[in-house]
Design a protein around this ligand. Structure first.
Ligand code: DHB
Length: 310
């Protein structure tokens, strides 16, 4: 069975990756799961300088999902290179580093600093819903970069100028026209798109009458968002030529197969890792069984295979 797919210049043994922020920097999972069987590892987003993150509580479980408000807590790019990357490099699967910044220049600097052998690609996180839209330097922002086609394009342009590595731009579902944003980042040379990031939400404790999260709102992930993610992937995959990586509430192989049928070239597993740290491998195996049962020999044969009669 040929499960391999290509994302930009990255060849993946299988199309199932772990999503940013749900797998740390992989080392903490080394005794729980065979890391080398994962399609690719996307690391927790890093920023130029260390960040302490948002006010706790930062997690709240909802009816069919998870609200999080981490606030891009991380130790910064220098610590990543010195202390996190050496372990990642030895795993033997493509390592994709997620980057986030307040300004376009911060994304550019991060891309430049990550021109290190052993890093396969950069995921440009322009869609984290938990950051305050700071007014550092001259940039006054009212939207996420992912919510404005020109801003999204400008970030991709700045990153591309500073790296030859495969770039994946992570989009937000919270836009009027996802196709406009997808086209804009493709035009600037983004090698792939990942969709979707979390959807901003909130929850309230009616006894204390306070928000459940310290910073009031958070990003919603998990099964609750899967239908939204599927629709966005389907719309995006029909619009651009670059590969689309599906993410949003994938808990099982069947979920992943829906994304592949809707046009995703690969998928990312996020929230499911918290329930079952081996979920990514169960999804991979389930895809393989489905392909066998349906008498396919390559995963590529089902990508975009949805029968819509249109
Ligand atoms: C963070 C949360 C997210 O849901 C996301 O997509 C990216 C970053 C965070 O708060 O760190």
């Amino acid at each position: 069975m040929d499960l391999s797919v290509k994302i930009g210049r990255i060849k993946l043994k299988n199309p199932v990756m772990v999503a940013s922020g749900t797998f740390g920097y992989a080392e903490e999972f080394k005794d729980i799961i065979n890391l080398k069987d994962i399609g690719a590892i996307i690391t927790k987003s890093i920023t130029l300088k260390p960040r302490r993150g948002n006010t706790p509580p930062r997690l709240w479980e909802t009816t069919a999902g998870l609200l999080n408000s981490i606030g891009l807590q991380n130790e910064g790019v220098e610590d990543f290179i010195k202390n996190k990357f050496p372990f990642l490099k030895g795993i033997g699967v493509p390592i994709i580093v997620s980057i986030a910044g307040d300004t376009i220049d911060e994304y550019a600097q991060l891309a430049k600093m990550l021109n290190i052998p052993g890093i396969s690609g950069i995921e440009i996180n322009i869609s984290c819903p938990n950051v305050k839209l700071r007014t550092t330097n001259y940039e006054l922002r009212t939207k996420l970069f992912a919510q404005d086609a020109k801003a999204a394009a400008a970030v991709v342009r700045a990153v591309k100028k500073n790296t030859k590595k495969t770039t994946i731009t992570k989009l937000s579902p919270e836009v009027t026209d996802i196709c406009e944003i997808a086209r804009a980042v493709e035009k600037e040379g983004s090698d792939a798109i990942s969709a979707i990031n979390t959807i901003k939400g909130m929850a309230v404790d009616i006894e204390t009458q306070k928000p459940r999260l310290g910073d009031i709102t958070g990003g919603l992930s998990g099964p609750a968002i899967k239908p939204v993610a599927l629709r966005i992937v389907w719309e995006t995959a029909q619009t651009v030529r670059i590969p689309v990586i599906g993410i949003g509430g994938i808990m099982t192989a069947d979920d992943a197969i829906e994304f592949l049928l809707c046009g995703a070239t690969a998928v990312q597993i996020g929230t499911a890792n918290f329930l079952n740290p081996q979920a990514v491998l169960a999804v991979k195996e389930g895809i393989e069984e489905y392909l066998k049962r349906k008498r396919y020999t390559r995963v590529n044969d089902i990508i975009r295979g949805i029968k819509t009669n249109v």
